[in-house]
Write a protein that binds this ligand. Structure first.
Ligand code: UDP
Length: 369
């Protein structure tokens, strides 16, 4: 009999497994995929760590989380500075003096602030949705060229029907600073996320290609407690209805050239280009392999966002009102499952970043030991 069965080997599951194992518990981790690490999974292609389930750039202000991870990996000095491509015009992200200069020709922070103050006048009162929030932060021109098309592709919804908090993820700065994150600590695990998660799971029994929900009773009988990191609505067989998720499809290509776009991430912010962004994976590690050699070829992934339907991989919860209410009903059911802890982006239906998911797991596990 295991003390804990952990369903899912992504970051939430891996932290739980690592902590419980370290505390002397008998732990079994299962995952329905053929690999560990959930959506942070990276795969080595010709010396390039390919982020198989989308770009993951670790960043945090949480020293506890940063310190925790040091036992399992060394982070490189990667700083995320995506470029926005709007119909061939290139803009720096996040929204900062380089962006404002390119957009309006303004040179000083004062000129930029005046331009934005002028454009935000159309918003009176507290912004009620993503569109109003965006215009109130950066004005209509930036909203139209850098936010509207991208967001509508990413979420499949009008910017007026999305919560304001999504756009507040991005900094707005009146300085020349292209660092996408306001984070004290930032980097990519050298050698890839899979290696980091493998290290976290060292000494823990892991069984891959195992689908918990397909044979729940069998798995439940193996352990005193279950930590479930899959979608909460799937756990309950969608009996209250489907929660909405956004899914992502990747078209990945190995190209016979050393440099496709000169940056890890280029966002296509117009509405017409069907993909949201292109990731060129080698730049997460400065174009070199682990031995420091330049790589002659490159791997790129075009990202296409779509509405999740059964059978797809869920990536992003859609935290609008309807889904938040439905989640609350599922959460009430989950609270009655004495034996089961629900956690992670899918288990809690929350747009967690990696550091937040790790912090949540570290906090949750404390009560268990
Ligand atoms: N966003 C945008 N234009 C961009 C990048 C982001 O409008 O070029 C908006 C979009 O609505 C997106 C949100 O900002 O969903 C949050 O972006 P973030 O990069 O945090 O999304 P993630 O990396 O989690 O997909």
């Amino acid at each position: 009999m295991y003390n804990y069965l952990i369903v899912g080997s992504g970051l939430y599951g891996a932290v739980m497994a690592q902590q419980l194992h370290a505390a002397g518990k008998n732990v079994l981790v299962i995952d329905k995929r053929p690999n560990i690490a959930g959506n942070v999974y990276t795969e080595n292609v010709e010396g390039i760590q390919v982020h198989k389930y989308g770009a993951h750039i670790f960043h945090t202000n949480d020293k506890k989380v940063w310190d925790y991870l040091q036992a399992f990996t060394v982070f490189n000095r990667f700083t995320n500075s995506p470029v926005a491509n709007y119909k061939g015009e290139l803009y720096s992200l996040p929204f900062n003096m380089y962006t404002f200069n390119k957009m309006w020709g303004v040179v000083t922070p004062e000129e930029a602030a005046a331009k934005i103050a002028e454009q935000r006048k159309e918003i009176t009162g507290v912004p009620r949705n993503l569109e109003e929030q965006a215009i109130s932060l950066v004005g209509r021109d930036i909203f139209e060229k850098l936010i509207k098309g991208y967001t509508e592709k990413q979420w499949g919804r009008d910017c007026k029907d999305l919560p304001a908090f999504i756009i507040r993820r991005l900094p707005v700065r009146y300085t020349f600073d292209n660092n996408y994150f306001n984070a004290l600590y930032q980097g990519i695990p050298i050698g890839g996320y899979t290696k980091m998660v493998a290290k976290m799971l060292e000494g823990v029994e892991v069984r891959l290609n195992e689908d918990y929900l397909a044979d729940k009773a069998k798995w439940d009988a193996l352990a005193e407690k279950v930590i479930y990191t899959g979608p909460i609505d799937a756990y309950f067989h969608y009996k209250l209805g489907y929660l909405e998720y956004r899914s992502v499809r990747f078209e990945t290509e190995l190209l016979d050239m050393p440099n496709f776009q000169g940056n890890a991430a280029v966002n296509y912010t117009d509405r017409e280009t069907p993909w949201t962004r292109i990731i060129e994976h080698k730049w997460f590690e400065f174009g070199k392999d682990e031995a420091g050699n330049d790589l002659p070829r490159t791997v790129i992934s075009r990202e296409y966002s779509s509405e999740w339907k059964p059978g797809d991989e869920p990536y992003y919860p859609v935290n609008d009102e309807r889904n938040s209410a439905l989640y609350a009903s599922y959460k009430a059911l989950a609270d009655k499952e004495d034996k089961v802890i629900f956690g992670g982006r899918l288990g809690e239906y929350k747009y967690y970043d990696m550091d937040q998911v790790i912090a949540a797991a570290l906090e949750r596990v404390e009560g268990l030991e």
